[in-house]
Design a protein. Structure first.
Length: 154
């Protein structure tokens, strides 16, 4: 490779690195000059902890945790909440629990699945109560049993 090709390659790599290192959020606004206005951090020898803070731009975080005996382990169970104002002005509030059942979060801005229509719910309940009638009471066509036996044997 010629010296000019190497220099061009180095220039491209440096420009790419500088672009990736640049701040991804626009600077300015209330977030730029936000400061922590109150903070509480306590970590105890028994594993309990508290971590709370608030900032001048309206961010609020409260979290606490404590060890919990689960089987032969003692994981730390945490619960807390966060609130802030989204860029569109919406007030966002989140509550969460992290325990042996995993991380469970709730918030009004988090999408939820629509409810199951009553007809489908009744059909699901009927199917669960009548597993032996999975073909609608109709006899299986010839050959279908063979296909299922082959699948089960493999």
């Amino acid at each position: 490779m010629s010296r000019s090709c190497i220099m061009a390659l180095v220039a491209v790599v440096l420009c790419t690195t500088a672009t990736l290192a640049a701040p991804q959020r626009p600077s300015g606004g209330a977030d730029k000059d936000a400061v922590i206005t109150s903070q509480q951090l306590e970590v105890n020898f028994d594993g309990n902890y508290i971590n709370n803070f608030e900032t001048s731009n309206g961010i609020s975080h409260q979290e606490s945790g404590q060890p919990k005996q689960v089987d032969n382990e003692t994981p730390v169970v945490s619960q807390g909440s966060d609130s802030y104002t989204a860029p569109d002005g919406q007030q966002v509030s989140i509550t969460y629990v992290a325990d042996e059942n995993g991380f469970q979060v709730q918030g009004s801005h988090i999408p939820t699945a629509p409810p199951i229509p009553p007809e489908i719910q009744r059909a699901l309940e009927w199917n669960a109560a009548h597993p032996e009638e999975d073909d609608g009471g109709q006899p299986r066509p010839p050959g279908r049993e063979i296909m299922f036996k082959n699948i089960e044997n493999n």
